[in-house]
Write a protein that binds this ligand. Sequence first.
Ligand SMILES: C[S@@+](CC[C@H](N)C(=O)[O-])C[C@H]1O[C@@H](n2cnc3c(N)ncnc32)[C@H](O)[C@@H]1O
Length: 350
Amino acid sequence: MSSINGKTTAVKIPAKDAQKKIIDLKQSGAYDNNYIVKADKDYVYVPVTKNFAATQGAGPLKQGWKIYNLCLQRTVKNKSLKESISENLDKSELELAKTSYDIVGDIAILEIDNILQSKKDEFAKALLKHKNINTVLRKSGGHEGQFRTQKMEFLAGDDKRTTTHKENGLRLMVDVENAYFSVRLSNERLRIYNELENDENVLVMFSGVGPYSNLMARKAKSVVAVEINPRGYELAEENKKLNKNTNLTNYCGDAKIIVPNIIKIHESFDRVLMPLPKGAEDFLDTALSALKPGGWLHFYDFLHEEHFIEAENKISSACANLGRTAKIIRTVKCGQNAPHIYRICVDAII
Ligand SMILES: C[S@@+](CC[C@H](N)C(=O)[O-])C[C@H]1O[C@@H](n2cnc3c(N)ncnc32)[C@H](O)[C@@H]1O
């Protein structure tokens, strides 16, 4: 391959001669088909082999080529992580290798089995070769504490935690260690967005860096979002600007305190989202008090597949305490947390 420091060796040919010369280069084996020809108005840049560049062509091809080093797009796809590391692992290790990773912006977040800890640098190097990945981190714990944040170990590339991630047509600034964000929930967010009507006022409790709130703001009349983690709130404000959502208001604080104050100054909501699967039941009273009669509630929970009914019961009993009734519309699986344990969302009309 003819790449030096990310640049490729190419010859510059006037556009009018390009077709014939490319055929000549291909026939002589000088053409490097790992890269794609680049063209501007007057010239084309054709990737050539190192050998050709070194000898400047020979025989019938010796004709004063203009050699350049420039960045050309690759034709070959990224190898899978497993393919990339296979040379460094023996067969039994390869069978055990858990090659799961998420890509958040230009950061790759790796999960590796304890048994393969000693190989983490090889995994990281393999990931760093992938196009558009500049940082490799490893999850070094589960989601913890009130902020549901996750510790990361730096493995390779730029030592950073903040990046801009694209999802559902939004650009979201995220801090993968200091504020909750999961790329795995993008389809669930889109599902709720598709349920939404244009004239709705929406409350997003536990809003994090704003992936739900900014998406809902694309369609809703107004969106109010509440997040307790100051770093999450700070990024949510950035993301509001980045996505030009002037109909979105972010608050920083405990939803239990903020929401009762909001409903003193804001009409009640057509839809309330509760994306806090661990512990949202403690906030049901607060959510219900903000919801209009006939409004939609989206309540998240982690439950064993045989116990999904418990989430529906939590909603029904909170409603009963407030003299309201819940019509459960559906319970949707939106992720798996552990064997048989799912993240679910109960959609209900209250
Ligand atoms: C599972 S995360 C979901 C974040 C975001 N909705 C998302 O999907 O990326 C739950 C969020 O709730 C926030 N949180 C926890 N307790 C809270 C409370 N009492 N009031 C407001 N936010 C809270 C956490 O800081 C965290 O960002």
